[in-house]
Design a binder for this molecule. Structure first.
Ligand code: HAM
Length: 432
């Protein structure tokens, strides 16, 4: 018998498994196309300093780090986000915004191998760069939901929280960032008592410990109720209140659209990565304990890498775990593609954002690549931007037309526009 086996935590994918993984990858790529994300390929080996900067203690510890023959301290990538942020801080610093990037490939973490946890694993990663607005966060939730749907994972739900709530309390109590990180790491592992003990050791006020304890216990599927209660608890902490309001805005958009994303709001939810500044979330399916993916807003990372201050939000889906979850329900789904059209949907005013999201889902279902305006631009600025970015059509959603179930469809190449009935919109777009 040969003494050679794959190294612990590494796997061979034989024909069937390889086919499933490629199917997931192709579906993820199709979602990227439908939402207007461009695919890029980044290196497996990166500088250790880049990967370690905001990875958090746990991940830093698990990195495959080594010195190359030239004496450089490098590591195998453990995630894509630092590589994307590096690109945005350097080569892509002048790219027009929003910048939407998709990447997929293998990653390496020296995790303890178990069901759904490997040392080489795969992610489908989406980053939306350049917008601070809740529409951008909601888009990341929506594409995550669509990916699960396309893979036949119908019963998934998203655990959701906001880093700004916990950090808002701690910052106002003068707890420095390093100590906050230590507390967040404990919360990520659900070690609440240890986290509260650290707070006490640091000499935090009784009020602070009590507020934290109450906020940690605030969770549930009735998101409105959870957020209302959270706001009451943190009412004396200004930036925590703003964080609750921000989360409320995101959740409203995510749930007003056509997709009824099931959410579990957890106010004490933290993720191990230290770069998050806003909304964070993880998709789950019942009977599968570990997260199928993870994501959130990180507005400071590009700046930390020497770029302009640039807001960003993104998600990575664990392809190995998606494969396992699909295997459980034994399902795959076929999809249609059309890649000529690229449509932007522009709502006139805040009130019509939800309608714009709904129309965009409708168009994507017909296989059309669609983006929703996420920069808060006026119509004329948005059209200018759309023409620069090479869209073929723009759908302008205005209150007057909507009253008659109509929208304005603009042919970006011919510079002509007409009012069309929503029920004919797909045909009108596909016709020319
Ligand atoms: P993460 O939560 O570290 O986030 O990883 C995302 C997903 O990758 C996990 O939910 C899981 O499905 C998969 N994953 C992680 N480690 C393993 C493992 N050892 N074995 C199998 N699957 C694993 C990130 O990586 C962030 N970069 C996500 C992000 C993108 N945030 C903003 N943009």
């Amino acid at each position: 018998m040969s003494k050679f086996q794959p190294v612990r935590g590494m796997r061979d994918f034989l024909a069937e498994e390889a086919k499933t993984m490629r199917h997931i990858e192709q579906t993820a790529r199709e979602i990227a196309r439908l939402y207007g994300y461009e695919e890029i390929i980044t290196p497996v080996v990166e500088s250790y300093e880049l990967l370690a900067a905001k990875a958090g203690e746990e991940m830093r510890h698990r990195m495959y780090a080594f010195e190359d023959l030239g004496g450089r301290k490098v590591a195998l990538r453990a995630e894509f986000t630092p590589s994307v942020a590096r690109l945005v801080a350097t080569t892509l610093k002048r790219a027009s915004k929003p910048l939407k990037l998709f990447c997929t490939g293998s990653l390496y973490r020296y995790d303890e191998p178990q069901y759904g946890r490997f040392r080489e694993f795969w992610q489908a990663n989406y980053e939306l760069i350049g917008s601070t607005r809740p529409e951008a966060d909601a888009e990341i939730l929506s594409l995550s939901y669509d990916l699960k749907e396309k893979l036949g994972l119908r019963n998934c739900y998203f655990k959701i929280g906001h880093v700004g709530i916990l950090r808002g309390i701690l910052t106002q109590e003068n707890i420095i960032e390093e100590q906050q990180n230590q507390i967040m790491q404990l919360l990520d592992k659900k070690q609440w008592n240890d986290a509260l003990a650290v707070l006490q050791e640091l000499g935090a006020s009784q009020k602070c410990t009590k507020t934290m304890k109450n906020i940690l216990e605030t969770q549930g599927k009735d998101v409105s109720k959870v957020l209302k209660r959270a706001k009451e608890i943190v009412k004396d902490y200004e930036s925590a209140v703003a964080a609750v309001d921000n989360l409320r805005g995101i959740v409203d958009l995510a749930q007003e659209g056509e997709a009824k994303i099931e959410l579990l709001a957890e106010m004490g939810f933290a993720r191990g990565l230290e770069y998050y500044t806003g909304m964070i979330f993880e998709p789950y399916v019942p009977d599968f304990e570990t997260a199928l993916g993870g994501g959130g807003r990180y507005d400071k990372l590009v700046e930390l890498f020497g770029g302009e201050p640039t807001p960003a939000v993104g998600v990575a889906h664990g392809m190995d775990r998606l494969a396992l979850a699909m295997e459980k329900i034994k399902k795959t789904i076929k999809f249609l593609a059309s890649d000529k059209e690229r449509v932007i949907v522009i709502p006139i005013g805040e009130k019509l954002i939800a309608k714009a999201l709904e129309l965009s889902s409708m168009l994507r279902k017909a296989g059309i690549s669609v983006e929703v305006e996420v920069m808060g631009h006026t119509v004329s600025k948005a059209l200018q931007n759309a023409s620069k970015r090479g869209f073929t059509d723009a759908v302008i959603v205005g209150a007057e037309e909507l009253k008659k179930d109509k929208v304005v469809l603009r042919d970006m190449e011919k510079r002509e526009q007409k009012t069309v009935e929503i029920k004919h919109l797909v045909n009108e777009i596909l016709r020319d």
